[in-house]
Design a binder for this molecule. Structure first.
Ligand code: NAG
Ligand code: NAG
Ligand code: NAG
Ligand code: NAG
Ligand code: NAG
Ligand code: NAG
Length: 373
């Protein structure tokens, strides 16, 4: 068991070393062993704050050789959320990927007033792994999210960009409402129609329900985006990820200096977590693949003013779908755990020890403390 495990980790290390060199290049077309891998242009819109699974999703995209990560927008206005996004991007090989955040900024830190179980992770990741375009103390340098959307979309090939929305909808609502500017003469809806191939949104419950990403912030803006988006939308609902538990193997077997591993420890005290955003990201990155199928053929999502949603079975609409798992939840969990480990080891040893010595020292301190209750 131990022998085969260490062999597996060595193989992952070897494989992912070559992948990490590729993913670090940030180029539009990645080449692996002379073959062109299909590359997905991706923008992530995340509420990296109250759940660690946003960090997991970000890491999956940042370490995937099939993704060209164009930008990350943060839709929760804590400065630590923007700084943590930048730190994670830098650690996983994307020190230049731009980060936007919704204003006005606060210095809010997460407190679990719901179950009094979970811990805060964004300030800790931001400080101990400080890096990228927004190093510690520089949250105000973040882009305006709508300006960042408009710049990146204007520069992209037509119909080439996937947007993965794994949080609230302020920034996307702002994009829909935007008008011509220095980046583009198109309005928000025109720019979306021209450049975005798919909006992949974690939110709601299917065929109907009441879920956090739609009601937890400003539900009228969730409704605004869902009802006015002029292009294909794929929804990932509460029921898809709630029972798919992940993070366990990363905490047990991941590199000591890995910030995602630390984030899971800080947040979950060494327990596995639901995988709403990581599963959403697997679909955004790779499409239906072996893991997913659509739960409907026709119709569209309706979001009420209070954030509850229900599917309207209208056979004139065929460009909205919700996701279902095609495999067992255990298989989906195992796939996520494998990818978290591959991603973590893909950058380990590259420059972590020298450039981010602070994080290293911090983590070796952590290991001698009791992280679980
Ligand atoms: C957040 O903290 C930083 C650093 O202490 C400080 O400069 C900034 O003014 C604070 N921002 C707010 C909105 O309180
Ligand atoms: C965008 O416009 C709609 C109405 O046209 C409004 O309800 C919504 O609040 C606006 N979004 C933002 C982010 O201001
Ligand atoms: C939701 O956003 C809109 C537009 O920004 C604003 O007018 C409205 O007051 C907000 N609602 C809440 C509950 O914050
Ligand atoms: C986390 O939990 C696993 C499984 O229960 C255990 O083997 C491991 O030692 C724990 N790690 C820490 C740091 O407590
Ligand atoms: C929200 O509003 C809808 C439609 O108005 C209603 O059917 C539903 O019961 C409400 N849900 C909650 C949780 O308040
Ligand atoms: C430029 C712009 O419209 N940005 C918006 C992002 O979302 C927040 C929250 O609604 C708006 O206040 C910003 O104006």
């Amino acid at each position: 068991m131990i022998l085969s495990l260490s062999r597996a980790i060595r193989q992952i290390l070897l494989l992912s070393f070559s992948l990490s060199v590729v993913s670090a290049s940030d180029s539009l077309v990645h080449q692996t062993n002379g073959q062109h891998a299909p590359v997905k242009n991706l923008i992530i819109d995340t509420d990296l704050f109250s759940d660690v699974d946003d960090a997991g999703a970000l890491m999956l995209a940042a370490t995937s050789p099939s993704v060209c990560l164009l930008a990350v927008n943060v839709n929760y206005p804590s400065s630590y959320s923007a700084l943590a996004a930048s730190a994670l991007l830098a650690h996983y090989g994307h020190p230049h990927t731009p980060v936007g955040i919704r204003r006005p900024l606060t210095n809010a830190t997460f407190f679990d007033s719901w179950a009094f179980e979970l811990g805060e992770y964004t300030s800790k990741i931001a400080y101990h792994w400080s890096g990228g375009t927004l190093p510690w103390g520089r949250a105000e340098d973040a882009w305006d999210p709508v300006a960042l959307y408009r710049k990146i979309l204007a520069e992209a090939e037509d119909r080439s960009v996937t947007i993965a929305s794994i949080g609230f909808f302020e920034n996307l609502s702002g994009l829909l409402n935007s008008t011509a500017d220095a980046y583009s003469s198109l309005t928000g809806p025109e720019l979306i129609a021209a450049k975005v191939s798919e909006l992949v949104a974690m939110g709601g419950e299917y065929p109907s329900g009441y879920e956090w990403n739609f009601w937890g912030d400003n539900s009228s803006l969730a409704a605004h985006v869902v009802h006015n988006w002029n292009g294909p939308i794929v929804f990932s609902g509460f029921e898809l990820g709630v029972d798919v538990l992940s993070g366990g193997r990363l905490m047990a077997e991941g590199p000591a200096n890995d910030p995602l591993r630390a984030a899971y420890f800080y947040y979950s005290y060494n327990t596995t977590r639901s995988s709403f955003d990581p599963l959403t990201m697997l679909y955004a990155m790779g499409g239906l693949g072996d893991l997913f199928e659509y739960g409907n053929e026709i119709g569209y999502n309706h979001v009420a003013e209070n954030g509850s949603n229900s599917w309207v079975y209208d056979d004139s609409v065929t460009n909205q779908h919700w996701l279902k798992l095609k495999v067992t939840k255990e298989t989906a969990s195992a796939e996520l755990d494998k990818r978290f480990l591959e991603g973590a080891w893909s950058v380990n040893g590259r420059d972590a020890a020298t450039e981010r010595g602070q994080g290293d020292e911090h983590l070796s301190g952590l290991q001698s403390q009791s992280l679980h209750r």
